[in-house]
Design a protein around this ligand. Structure first.
Ligand code: MLT
Length: 409
């Protein structure tokens, strides 16, 4: 029999959102008349905006012509999209990122999951807790997480984020090589000020560590003191990789398009001491294992940078931002401890009466037909919390919050 990758045997249970989907499917099968409202996975509900649809149509027609047809595209993405991103998301904000430092992909989940391949099997990884489960799971798959004691992995440096430290991560006390930061944070919805993020960039420079900065929710930042890109911090382009996605910004969860910025000045060392830039390694990795995001999807992403699309997108974002406020206010009025929701589509809530996360998830599903995400699925520090996503329709959000108000706790 073929020998399998033993690391996969170390994975604890199912992927979080698969487990939720399975439990919800069972509940729906047992209760066919229940009107279940999903506020669990951060999947959008608003349709694609008109500018995206016309770009998709135009590019599709083009592909049906002899002159416009395209086969394999460049693995790193078409120049038209890389240039639009470099101009709109960086140059227009006075950030020096060049188009060829931008790698287009079909999603940030794949990029944050795959990027760890560039690091040594013994590299010490710092990951905040709670956080998006892909960061830890991909270390386990790579055999880098060490031993599991039933709660934690001994080769992962956990950075606890809780009410005790106001959800502000503290710098590692022992050396680490790679640091995952996600801001606005998934799942807590909290943000890092410019001064706090600067501490991390300074730390990475001093310790020669690399920051993997997941900025998938940057479009939800309304506060001008909160950086929307790590490159707003001086020196970050020497130490940080940035992941951005069109999923939560423009409803691309089904269409699939994202990008990763790998500045040419970020370096690591091989075991023999040779210094190597991560840009050329990521390019090598992507050209070997990835065939590029579809042309028509990249044209749709390019269309997001037109003035009309910017207005269309703002209208959609304001629906989700408003939902987040409604959720936050409902939780607060109910007397629950709650954070997030202000510069983020996620609201992080302490369960009442010391319910465990999964326990409260089930109670909520059964009594109100609301699906949330159990906080413990994001890490040990998430136990006793749940996360609400603001991506349902306004109608469903209001309906769900009305049921929540009537829930006897
Ligand atoms: C989430 O709900 O945390 C996200 O939607 C998951 C993802 O983007 O993969």
């Amino acid at each position: 029999m073929a020998k399998l990758n033993d690391n996969y045997a170390q994975l604890q249970g199912m992927y979080l959102f698969s487990e939720i989907a399975q439990r919800v499917a069972k509940y729906k099968a047992d209760n066919p008349s229940a009107n279940v409202i999903s506020m669990g996975i951060g999947d959008v509900s608003q349709p694609l905006v008109p500018s995206v649809i016309s770009a998709l149509q135009k590019a599709t027609l083009e592909m049906g012509t002899k002159e416009g047809f395209r086969g394999y595209g460049p693995e790193q993405g078409y120049d038209f999209l890389r240039e639009a991103i470099a101009k709109n998301d960086y140059a227009d904000r006075n950030l020096a990122i060049s188009a060829d430092e931008i790698f287009i992909s079909d999603g940030s989940k794949c990029d944050v999951g795959n990027f760890q391949e560039l690091f040594h099997a013994d590299a010490r990884i710092a990951i905040s807790d709670p956080v998006y489960p892909v960061y830890v799971d991909s270390q386990i798959m790579a055999g880098r997480s060490g031993n599991f004691d039933g709660s934690l992995w001994d080769n992962i440096y956990y950075i606890p984020c809780s009410i005790e430290n106001n959800f502000i991560p503290e710098l590692p006390k022992t050396p680490v090589d790679v640091i995952y930061l996600c801001y606005p944070n998934n799942p807590t919805g909290t943000v890092l000020s410019r001064a706090e993020l600067k501490k991390w960039v300074d730390y990475a420079k001093k310790e020669q560590a690399i920051i993997l900065f997941d900025a998938a929710y940057e479009a939800y930042i309304t506060d001008s003191d909160i950086p929307r890109s790590i490159y707003e911090i001086e020196g970050a382009s020497d130490v940080a990789i940035e992941f951005k996605s069109f999923s939560k910004t423009a409803g691309f969860t089904g269409l699939r398009c994202a990008y990763t910025v790998v500045p040419k000045n970020v370096f690591g060392t091989y075991s023999n001491g040779e210094k190597k830039d991560l840009h050329s390694l990521w390019k090598r990795r992507q050209s070997t294992k990835y065939n590029g995001c579809p042309y028509i999807v990249q044209r749709a992403a390019e269309a997001l940078y037109t003035p009309e699309a910017k207005v269309e997108i703002e209208n959609i974002l304001s629906i989700y931002k408003n939902n987040a406020r409604v959720i936050f206010d409902t939780m607060q009025a109910k007397g629950l401890q709650v954070v997030g929701g202000e510069n983020s589509p996620y609201v992080w809530v302490k369960t009442p009466a010391n319910y465990g996360s999964w326990e409260f998830f089930s109670l909520l599903l059964e009594k109100t037909n609301i699906v949330c995400t159990p906080g413990v699925g994001f890490g040990l520090m998430g136990e006793g919390y749940i996360r609400f996503s603001a991506f349902a329709s306004t109608e469903n959000t209001l309906k769900a919050m009305e049921s929540f108000k009537n829930l006897i706790l």
